[in-house]
Ligand binder design. Structure first.
Ligand SMILES: [Zn+2]
Length: 386
């Protein structure tokens, strides 16, 4: 495999995301083999090809913490398309994977796709047969029979959730995903569709093989039930209360923020009139809840929830909601990697980790909007965009 010596005006290195001026790094065998600062006297191996990104800033490859391969919000009636046949959904997944990778997403966490498309695509990507982010997958998302979820499949009772958990595990998933609430609620009482026993059954199955769990959970009693059951990551948390922020913090759980579903008016206008109306009404409430959670310092990752090529925009929303730029960047790099349990391999620019790198015009630590200006993408030492 080719060796590269990569130069840029700034490189954001290490788990602490520290900027290094006029630094360089060496890529060998798909990994970061050395990081050079200006004064460094480490030798650049002969034959290494020089990649000079000039005025750009080099950041770790981005990680989308909440994605669905076959859900593509850019399409008309994208939710109805979740009923498409397996082949159609797979073709869509292949396209969204390519789109995400060229936008700088080198790893993506799939929170439910039908037909084990995510497992198939994860394996194909690993084998070099498919271009896309490295995938962290949950297989079949599990919801209650009467519950929310266009992506998840219906289940009733502890036994059915157990059975599907085991089937997912047998397929080789990386975590288990359940859905207990709706997305946007629009009523004061937040419905929750899974019983505490069903949640606990899934957690027990996951823990028996050392896998983490995640739950689509907007708030209400469902959120408390998730924490009580031992769910590791709470997805969306649009209605998290100050008390729940304390609870989540005390119990050291992760949250994934997917702000567009509340904040992005362009997306809202793609919903059905009823959903749209509910979302618009709820917007201010959700902004308050998410800002409060960010202020409360919950450990978080950021996800697009199927808004392909939209991760930078999600990051900008989290910044607008009050997060410091470094924390926002961590939410799509090192902390995202921790949430996905891949931080030993990726998520920061460190010697020994995968050469997953993105060059952006500008410095995202100074102006988070710089994340939208991707000029180069490298994944596992392969040049994807230059
Ligand atoms: Zn989702």
């Amino acid at each position: 495999m080719a060796a590269y010596y990569v130069k840029a005006k700034k490189i954001i290195v290490g788990d602490a995301l520290e900027p290094k001026e006029n630094a360089g790094l060496l890529i060998q065998d798909g990994k970061i083999a050395a990081i050079y600062d200006e004064m460094s006297s480490l030798p650049i191996p002969e034959g290494a090809q020089v990649l000079d990104y000039g005025e750009a800033t080099l950041i770790p490859g981005m990680i989308d913490c909440h994605n669905h391969l076959a859900l593509d919000t850019r399409l008309e009636n994208h939710l109805v398309k979740m009923e498409d046949c397996e082949a159609e959904q797979t073709i869509r997944a292949i396209k969204t994977m390519r789109d995400d990778l060229v936008s700088g997403v080198t790893t993506s966490r799939c929170c439910g796709d039908r037909f084990y498309i995510d497992v198939t695509c994860r394996n194909a990507q690993r084998q070099g047969r498919l271009m896309g982010p490295k995938l962290v997958v949950s297989g079949i998302g599990m919801r209650a029979a009467h519950g929310h979820g266009y992506v998840g499949m219906p289940h009733t009772g502890v036994l059915e959730f157990q059975k599907r958990s085991r089937e997912n595990i047998l397929h080789g998933v990386d975590f288990l995903k359940v859905f207990t609430t709706k997305v946007i609620n629009a009523t004061p009482f937040i419905f929750h569709f899974m019983t505490p026993e069903e949640l606990k059954a899934v957690v027990t199955e996951a823990r028996s093989v050392n896998l983490p769990t995640a739950c689509h959970c907007s708030g209400g009693q469902g959120l408390n039930d998730c924490v009580e059951a031992g769910i590791d990551c709470l997805e969306h948390v649009y209605y998290i209360t100050p008390e729940q922020v304390e609870l989540v913090k005390k119990t050291d759980r992760w949250v994934t923020y997917t702000p567009s579903y509340a904040l992005n008016d362009t997306l809202l206008f793609k919903f059905s009139p009823k959903d749209r109306e509910g979302s618009l009404k709820e917007k201010e409430i959700i902004i308050g809840c998410l800002s409060n959670a960010i202020q409360g310092g919950l450990k978080f990752g950021i996800g697009t929830d199927g808004i392909h090529q939209g991760l930078a925009q999600e990051a900008c929303y989290i910044s607008q909601l009050g997060a410091a730029n470094r924390d926002v960047l961590a939410g799509i790099t090192i902390n995202a990697a921790r949430l996905c349990r891949v931080d030993e391999k990726t998520g920061s620019i460190a010697v020994g980790k995968a050469a997953d790198l993105v060059a952006v015009a500008g410095d995202p630590l100074a102006d988070i909007e710089a994340l939208k200006k991707v000029t180069a993408v490298i994944q596992d030492g392969n040049i994807i965009v230059s």
